[in-house]
Design a protein around this ligand. Structure first.
Ligand SMILES: CC(C)(COP(=O)(O)OP(=O)(O)OC[C@H]1O[C@@H](n2cnc3c(N)ncnc32)[C@H](O)[C@@H]1OP(=O)(O)O)[C@@H](O)C(=O)NCCC(=O)NCCS
Length: 389
């Protein structure tokens, strides 16, 4: 019989970390790594599955906020470190963990990154946002014109203090962007210390600091230099453009790798748009609407006509029911539905990455008036979550 416990002390957290890492085929945390990992264990948010006295499965979450279409932010749970001991898989351990986590979470929405695409749909998570992996040919990347602000290099102590403040102040505005938690920054700062060539530059404009980028450069045996962008945030388009001017005018660099939203306008910066090459498009945000009425009310809608959708949620039946979505908002109704949709697929359309009509074409949902529903949920920008967890 699987029992789920909430962990509360350091020895249990370390066993949790070891179990999760082993499930991912990694070694346990070393004594050197542990002080950096420990702050990411938030009391009350760390769950483990036990068979008798043996820990056999893990999950945890980090609390914060997420931006939804229309600009509001809502409380958000970032679910991570999901693992089941290899000798206990396919016996329902993850299912027990997910049931407990979902029924006890206080946030109306949870997201995660999935190691495999077939795991989380059954628990109500839908694929809600994708990311593009870009490669830029830096030698040919010419941005016409001069920068309008100033870019300065900052030392690690300054960036450790400044970046969390700037990230919060910028209030990144794409749907799906989340706030970061102290344990997240502790890990990022540790990576900075261990990668000695990680550089941070900060941009300032007329109103002060308004952008930053962290990057590192590696060199291969043929003296080819590749830059990997680790963290990049900006408050306005001038900061974004100036930082790209800085990056593409650095000496020696042949290639720049960066992750970007599907509709990122980056290629328009360059004289030759082909210097930006999409290496891959990958699924990024898996989203679970924990409190459907609250989340439907939290976002805004476009379009001109209303549609009634019937939501089905086997794990959280309080969400079951019909909702009228109109340009003025969402409300629970007792009315015949135009579209019937399971909660994982409502998660998939929630941030605007996927359309109802695509799901209908794939025979994943039933009903009518899909074009009207597409228009209601469509947004001006693609979702992105630039915080990896
Ligand atoms: C993925 C993982 C957590 C699943 O745990 P588990 O305890 O085996 O899952 P459950 O037994 O509760 O499975 C529930 C259902 O999901 C299915 N399932 C679970 N993992 C699956 C996977 N990787 N691919 C496809 N189906 C999967 C099971 O077959 C089962 O289906 P059923 O209800 O139709 O029988 C576990 O295999 C694991 O730790 N994998 C390695 C680490 C990892 O990938 N973690 C996820 C990080 S995001």
């Amino acid at each position: 019989m699987t029992e789920i416990r909430v962990l509360s002390d350091e020895a249990q957290y370390r066993a949790h970390s070891t179990l999760f890492r082993r499930a991912m085929h990694w070694g346990p945390p070393t004594d050197e790594q542990w002080p950096v990992v420990l702050p990411s264990y938030e009391p009350g948010r760390v769950l483990a599955a036990y068979e008798g006295d043996e820990m056999v499965g893990t999950t945890q979450s980090f609390g914060g906020t997420m931006r939804v279409p229309g600009g509001a932010v809502v409380p958000h749970s970032a679910v991570s470190r999901v693992g089941v001991r290899a000798d206990y898989t396919r016996r329902g351990v993850l299912s027990a963990l997910m049931r407990e986590q979902l029924s006890t979470t206080s946030e109306p929405v949870a997201t995660l990154r999935a190691s495999e695409g077939r795991i989380y749909g059954r628990f109500g998570y839908g694929l809600a946002g994708r990311v593009r992996f870009l490669r830029i040919d830096a030698k040919r990347a010419v941005i016409p014109g001069a920068p309008v602000g100033r870019v300065r290099m900052v030392d690690p102590d300054t960036s450790d203090k400044l970046l969390p403040e700037l990230h919060t102040a910028f209030g990144l505005d794409r749907p799906g962007e989340i706030s970061r938690w102290p344990g997240w920054w502790a890990r990022a700062q540790d990576r900075k210390t261990s990668a000695e060539n990680l550089v941070t530059v900060v941009h300032s404009g007329p109103d002060g600091d308004d952008g930053y980028v962290c990057y590192k450069v590696s060199e291969d045996k043929d003296f080819k230099h590749t830059m990997d962008i680790e963290d990049f945030a900006w408050a306005n388009a001038d900061a974004w453009r100036d930082l790209w001017i800085y990056l593409t005018r650095l000496d020696l660099i042949d290639t720049i790798n960066v992750d970007a939203a599907l509709d990122d306008p980056l290629s328009w910066l360059f004289e030759d748009p082909r210097v930006v090459y999409t290496k891959d498009v990958y699924d990024q945000i898996w989203l679970r609407l924990v409190d459907v009425p609250r989340m439907l009310a939290a976002r805004t809608y476009s379009g001109t006509e209303s549609v009634v959708i019937e939501v089905r949620d086997a794990l959280l039946p309080a969400n079951d029911g019909s909702y009228r979505i109109s340009p003025d908002g969402a409300e629970r109704v007792d009315a015949p539905a135009d579209i019937t949709i399971p909660v994982d697929l409502l998660g998939a359309v929630y941030l605007g990455d996927t359309r109802f009509s695509d799901l209908a074409a794939a025979r994943r949902i039933e009903g009518s008036r899909f074009a009207e529903a597409d228009a209601l949920f469509a947004g001006p920008v693609a979702p992105l979550c630039s915080t990896f967890f």
